[in-house]
Design a protein around this ligand. Structure first.
Ligand code: MG
Length: 289
């Protein structure tokens, strides 16, 4: 199932995406939570399947899609998780924290929840005073149940599904402040969506590819299988020390082809449209203003 959050006639609902239609799950079963984190926490295959049979159907064009999760916590994100991107980032001179070209252990940082926007929402360049705004297309792992001390072998059992995150970054802030948090967290700098594809529908995310375009021009095209630290390793590494909770999102890192890989760097400009696609999840499209 591909789950979305949407707004229609002033109400926020959870829907199942079917072709160019959205089935209103909250209409199909008024007892289902309207909050995605709650729905994931209390997930029932039977209840959701029944709701998807009964719920009202709307044309996709008649609703406004929102970020699939109203996040309550920081987005967990992983840096330098593709070899060729790690090399491109190092060469750009923007990595003030560099210890190794290819890390031995995952480079983990977070993005503020206030940075999250939905499909179609604008990335606002005014939130980056340095004018060095760059895109990073990424696969996002959505956690399905409380995870602590989970082994790599069991890690996928804790995955609810997959989404798309654009880890938009203010490059000069990322470099200037050494710690990446501020450069990764300007308002609107975390587009997410359009959907969460549940793991039963997309059991092996490694078979998918991630593609990023700017104004239709392909900039990134990477197989998820090329991640240095895969989903299982990331969940094992994080859960060894911290409790992961339902609805937590891990942005797993970007591939080759970001704007600072160009010489000179090519930053996003007002009027651009950035689209990140992952097979089996969809396309996350955001204008830049
Ligand atoms: Mg990133």
């Amino acid at each position: 199932m591909r789950l979305v959050r949407f707004e229609r006639q002033g109400q926020t609902r959870i829907g199942a995406l079917e072709g160019d239609q959205v089935v209103d799950l909250n209409d199909g079963d008024p007892d289902l939570p309207t909050d995605m984190v709650d729905l994931i926490s209390k997930w029932s295959d039977d209840a959701v399947a029944a709701a998807s049979e009964r719920g009202a159907r709307h044309a996709l064009r008649d609703v406004r899609l929102l970020a699939p999760i109203e996040v309550r916590k920081n987005i967990i994100a992983v840096g330098k998780n593709y070899r060729d991107h790690a090399a491109e980032f190092s060469k750009s001179g923007f990595d003030a924290s560099e210890k190794q070209l290819i890390p031995d252990d995952p480079v983990v940082f977070t993005k503020a929840p206030t940075s999250v926007i939905g499909p179609g929402d604008a990335i606002v360049l005014a939130n980056d005073p340095t004018g060095t705004t760059d895109y990073e297309g990424e696969m996002g792992v959505v956690i399905g149940k409380i995870a602590k001390n989970v082994s790599k072998e069991d890690a996928l059992d804790y995955v609810f599904g997959w989404t798309i995150v654009n880890d938009v970054t203010a490059r000069d802030l990322q470099k200037r402040h050494v710690q990446w948090f501020i450069g990764k967290s300007p308002d609107t700098f975390c587009p997410m969506g359009p959907a969460i594809t549940t793991r039963d529908e997309l059991p092996d995310i490694r078979e998918s590819w991630m593609t990023t375009t700017v104004n239709g021009e392909q900039r990134q095209h990477a197989p998820i299988s090329a991640l240095i630290f895969d989903t299982e390793t990331l969940i094992a590494t994080l859960s060894e020390v911290m409790t992961l909770e339902p609805g937590d999102v891990i942005a797993t890192g970007t591939g080759l082809g970001v704007g600072i890989g160009f010489e000179p760097p090519v930053y996003l400009e007002s009027g651009d449209v950035v689209e990140v696609s992952i097979d089996g999840i969809g396309t996350l499209s955001n204008p830049v203003k």
